[in-house]
Design a protein around this ligand. Sequence first.
Ligand code: 13P
Length: 250
Amino acid sequence: MKNFTIVANWKMNLLPLEACELVQNINMQYGDLPHNIRVLIAPPSLYLQSLAEKNRGTIKFVAQNCHEKEEGAFTGEISAQMIAASFCEYVILGHSERRLYFKENNKLVNAKARVALDAGLTPIICIGESMAEREKGKTNSVLKSQLKACLDSLHSESDIIIAYEPVWAIGTGFTPTPGQILDTHIFIKEELMKIQKRDLPVIYGGSLNDKNAKAILSCINVDGGLIGGASLSFETFSSIIDTSREISGN
Ligand code: 13P
């Protein structure tokens, strides 16, 4: 039976009441998920603790980022330990928006992954090529170097999730074809075997929605989805969760 990890990345969206209502709806509908389906929600950090504390159950919570140091004078930042102490178990690292707007690089993502793992969090490490890189035929070499640097010296028994998010597919309505996603996930899994000597969950993100979820999640080596826009409405997000249940046969 296939395992799926379905992650809602709300980014900087939803006001507190909207956020509460959406989580409550998801929790009511999916409070009792089969063990092979993980549903995770990444709200803005301001709401993280209260949402996670009030909604402890099958749905788990995710921070959208953390700082690479354990503590200190870093105004405006939150640490991995703070996240872990706030009933959260996961953190998204290296999202392309962080790489683009906040100039994060693979080395920093690696440092963040270390503190996250030390704090007991599972990092969801994002990798993906830009359109220019894809057009130059550099997709695999970009992914390879991102994986190598982001995972550098991370213990091969750590819980880690890889999110493949082609930058050009994020928020654009364009996605690679299921065949392209399949090929890229095969490549990523082969690289993971070389770097970590094991299989890790690889989820897909980038304009994943209720319409294309079936085709994308049916790809044999797609272990779930990282969903932005379509995770902001109960109808579309729940339809994606339902699709994952249908594909996994429960
Ligand atoms: P969209 O689903 O809005 O394209 O965003 C994907 C994403 O960046 C999830 O992290």
